[in-house]
Write a protein that binds this ligand. Structure first.
Ligand code: ZN
Length: 283
């Protein structure tokens, strides 16, 4: 199942050919509320629900994708992982990490799947990433229990001002350099773990103005999804509704020769097979 915020309402979404159909969930006011009640929602609501049930519902409607909003709007934390694809490390000329490199994206940088940004400078760059949505939080979650902690997956962009990011040396200021307004668009919906299938074989793809700039499978991550959840939760408590950006593959603008950065009028599309597409327009 896919779960979205659509036109201000939490909505179950299913694909039918090229179309998205949805039915509003009336017993909750937001996906944030659903995630705060994830165990119960799963057991009483989601467990016996099929895509056909969504299509057959009296309230089913054809969705206008431009009305999809950020599925989550108030995660308490947005941990993000740097240096998690070896080929991206190579293009950044940085040695492989021994443990996941974790920084924070501020919640105020969150945006929806139909996003636009203003350039903060002339070195703003794209990064497309798999995003983990936490359903059941906790501390010291083992690799084996990691999947039970996950509500689902989304696509995210970790938009980055490379000058601010490295103002006092390489990658010294990740948190602020990646937290300008609308620098963390996510969506277009949450695909549950069951819906997502084999996450490792999926491609993370970035297109800028239609040209493919990044394309890598998720199994190229240095630290996989269970390892990230296990390691991060060994230090901080993960709360229901938290989202984790898992790092970006090679093909960023800063890694190119010559370097390329975003300019006014550019369109950045990020997609992962089966999880949809999100778009950022550069004003
Ligand atoms: Zn990133």
């Amino acid at each position: 199942m896919k779960i979205a915020m659509y036109d201000g309402k939490p909505t179950l979404v299913t694909a039918k050919g090229d179309q998205l159909w949805g039915t509003a969930i009336t017993s909750y006011t937001s996906v944030d509320d659903i995630l705060a009640d994830w165990n119960n929602f799963q057991a009483t609501f989601l467990l016996n629900l099929s895509d056909q049930d969504v299509l057959n519902s009296d309230s089913a409607e054809l969705l206008d994708p431009s009305k999809l909003e950020a599925p989550v709007s108030h995660p308490r934390q947005i941990p993000a992982v740097g240096f998690n694809y070896a080929d991206h490390m190579k293009e950044m000329d940085i040695k492989l990490p021994e443990k996941p490199n974790v920084f924070n994206k501020f919640v105020s940088s969150l945006a929806g799947p139909n996003n636009s940004i203003r350039l903060s400078g002339d070195t703003v760059d794209w990064e497309s990433e798999l995003v983990i949505v936490i359903g059941n939080g906790g501390r010291n979650i083992s690799r084996e229990d990691a999947e039970d902690a996950i509500a689902g997956y989304m696509i995210g962009q970790d938009l980055s001002d490379r000058t601010i990011q490295s103002i006092d040396g390489p990658s010294t200021q990740f948190t602020l350099g990646k937290s300008f307004k609308n620098f963390t668009p996510v969506g277009p919906y949450i695909s549950t773990v069951a819906e997502s299938g084999d996450i490792e074989s999926k491609h993370v793809v970035t297109k800028v103005n239609g040209d493919v700039m990044q394309d890598a499978t998720i199994d190229k991550m240095i630290f996989d999804v269970p390892t990230l959840i296990s390691y991060i939760s060994s230090i901080i408590e993960l709360y229901p509704g938290d989202i984790i950006l898992t790092g970006t593959p090679s093909g960023t603008g800063v890694g190119r020769e010559p370097k390329v950065f975003l300019k006014s009028g550019d369109l950045v599309e990020s997609s992962i097979d089966g999880l949809g597409t999100i778009v950022t327009k550069v004003d």
